[in-house]
Design a protein around this ligand. Structure first.
Ligand code: G6P
Length: 618
């Protein structure tokens, strides 16, 4: 949510910043802006829309400076206008600022600054923060300590008054060639290059220039120059930075011939699943192994209950995990929206282990829920994709998904890898309890076959594209499934509405007759997720209820399902598979269906309207 890039070095900054912004566009894309220090002032270009809209503006400015910063915005305070886009420059022209987050007490700050004669051009909380830094900067005498300059001190003084969340980068007129950056609740990563320093809200914007990074922590302020950097805290304490190495390269975040990142990431899933399971099965092939749990097997065995918290797609993965742990390990599991758990103060059982699931590891609702559980004395493990994310660092332990960068806003490969990890957890916990050796071996074999079964499911792509072309005129759709396929129905509906803007709802198939059936007509098709087994006949009955009301049926069925003749208008066959793998394989057709429908409708698949990949505000 909002992308930030800053650069300082020997090269012209503008090109590097624009390149970084393009890689961060998935974080917010309603407006963009850039500020470069040159010819003794801040040269600023801002434009509503995508980075591509900003490029002609930057050409007009002939940016040549070697220190600057840029921003992609996802509006919170103030509408989507050029004036509200970042960077903001203080009314005395001394400070420029970009910001990700929300300053909650900006009204009282603004009143104070208006009294002091500062003026405002935008409706944003960011411009207020920028002017407050300028106020302190104007008052502060220069210090003799180069690391503790008046620039750093004035940012620190300002942030002590700031309530809310922020990731900021600041430039100061009297300190050219320097950037100050600080965070509380919004991610920031420093890139330590050869004679250059960078800062960004995601590694993707940095990795083409350096793989050496420092993950800034909440409450830290970094002072960057081309050849050096130092980190202190809000209370002026020194910090010894740890430089990490990023393990992926820029090629992992490129389209490589695909039309969209979502398409690329759908087709990457066999490989992503292989990466997520690599090295994570025991030598005897009967259980799963996780290196980073930081909880002994004995302690794990002691938990009577598990609680999973997440948002959006990740919550659907938690719901499947709930089903699988209860089915295979016979331990009660509960799932909740992270945003609700955080505030509803539910009574909790003592012997409960918490899990939070988050692709980005930065979702503020999930982070807040994790902190709440920890505050109440519970251990929390995190299932994350982004290495070094805030949630990963604050958790007591966890499991990385290892699927590489996911760029498309609609989550695909991250989701199926979460389903895989959920199944592996069910196996791990099950094998500590009642699950036999042979059942464990059978499940491990089944999980190892998952990538190949996904490859088979992906072969239906052309067939699904044909179906998608026939269904784009509908404005409403239902997605229905039972047991572990119910969360996949929710996910199918979410994917469709996220990227095609067609209204869709997911329901347990039998629940459909308690309300949603009122929607059924020739104008509202239903996607059924069906597997052979105990629920088959019941799901067929639900399909018949839809057909009796002239609703069209798209059936996603495992191979051995024998549907009555004529019941399905469209049939998508997926391979037969183990119960633990079924949700993964059944996800592929619903991802492809929503992708192709969105493409047919000429939607901006990778950057759907109003959404952001990582939501770092409440
Ligand atoms: C946003 C995205 C969703 C995502 C959710 C949780 O709303 O648009 O696609 O599922 O955040 O993201 P996380 O990074 O926590 O998995």
């Amino acid at each position: 949510m909002c992308g930030i890039v800053g650069y300082i070095g020997k090269q012209k900054a503008a090109g590097i910043i624009l390149e970084g912004l393009k890689r961060l566009e998935y974080r917010g894309y309603d407006s963009t802006g850039i500020a470069i220090w040159q010819d003794g002032h801040f040269a600023v270009a801002k434009k509503v829309g995508r980075v591509a809209n900003l490029e002609p503006e930057t050409a007009k400015h002939r940016f040549v400076g070697t220190c600057g910063m840029g921003h992609t915005r996802w509006a919170t305070h103030g509408g989507v206008t050029d004036a509200n886009a970042h960077p903001h420059v203080s009314s005395d022209g001394q400070i420029a600022l970009i910001h990700n987050g929300v300053i909650e007490n900006y009204s009282s700050m603004k009143k104070f600054l208006l009294d002091k004669g500062y003026t405002f051009k935008s409706e944003t909380d960011t411009e207020v923060l920028c002017n407050l830094i300028a106020y302190h900067y104007a008052k502060e005498p220069e210090s003799t300590d180069p690391d503790e300059s008046r620039f750093v001190i004035s940012v620190r003084k300002t942030l002590r008054h700031a309530e809310g969340t922020y990731g900021i980068v600041v430039m100061a007129a009297d300190h050219p060639g320097e950037l100050v950056t600080a965070r509380k609740g919004s991610p920031l990563i420093l890139g330590i290059g050869d004679g250059e320093s960078l800062v960004a809200s995601d590694v993707a914007a940095i990795v083409s220039r350096t793989q050496s990074v420092v993950y800034l922590k909440d409450g830290e302020i970094a002072h960057l120059k081309a050849n050096t950097f130092s980190i202190t805290t809000l209370t002026a304490g020194d910090v010894s930075p740890v430089i990490d190495k990023v393990t992926w390269s820029i090629a992992d975040a490129e389209l490589n011939g695909y039309a969209h990142f979502m398409e690329k990431e759908i087709f990457e899933q066999p490989l992503a699943l292989e990466n997520a399971m690599r090295g994570r099965f025991s030598e005897d092939g009967s259980t799963a192994l996780f290196g980073g749990l930081n909880i002994s097997a004995n302690e794990f065995r002691g938990y009577d209950r598990f609680m999973f918290l997440a948002c959006g797609t990740a919550l659907h993965a938690c719901m499947v995990t709930e089903h699988l742990i209860e089915r295979f390990a016979r331990v009660p599991v509960e799932c909740d929206y992270a945003s609700e758990f955080r505030y509803r103060n539910m009574p909790l059982f003592r012997n409960t282990l918490f899990f939070v699931m988050s692709q980005s590891g930065e979702t503020i609702d999930t982070l807040g829920a994790m902190r709440e559980a920890k505050r109440k004395g519970y251990k929390v493990l995190a299932i994350n994709n982004v290495v070094g994310s805030t949630i990963a660092r604050e958790a007591d332990g966890g499991i990385y998904q290892h699927v590489g960068p996911e760029v498309g806003v609609a989550s695909t490969k991250a989701f199926t890898s979460q389903l895989l990890i959920g199944a592996m957890l069910a196996l791990y916990i099950g094998r500590m309890r009642d699950m036999s050796f042979s059942e464990g071996v059978e499940m491990v074999q089944a999980l190892k076959r998952a990538p190949d079964l996904v490859r088979v499911a992906l072969q239906q792509a052309d067939h699904i594209r044909g179906i998608a072309q026939r269904y784009t005129q509908y404005r409403d759709m239902l997605f229905l499934g039972r047991l572990s396929l119910f969360p996949i129905a929710l996910e199918g509906a979410l994917k469709l509405k996220e990227i095609s803007y067609i209204h869709a709802e997911g329901y347990p198939a039998a629940e459909m007759k308690h309300g949603p059936i009122a929607l059924i007509s020739e104008q509202c098709p239903s996607v059924f997720l069906v597997s052979s087994g105990e629920m088959f006949n019941k799901v067929v009955s639900s399909m018949q209820e839809i057909k009796a009301r002239k609703g069209k049926v798209i059936a996603v069925c495992t191979e051995s399902c024998k549907l009555p003749e004529g019941l399905a208008d469209e049939l998508i066959v997926i391979p037969e598979c183990h119960e633990a793998v079924l949700p993964i394989v059944a996800t592929i057709p619903v991802q492809l269906l929503s992708y192709y429908m969105a493409v047919e409708l000429h939607r901006d698949v990778d950057k759907p309207r109003n959404l952001a990949k990582s939501v770092t505000v409440e």
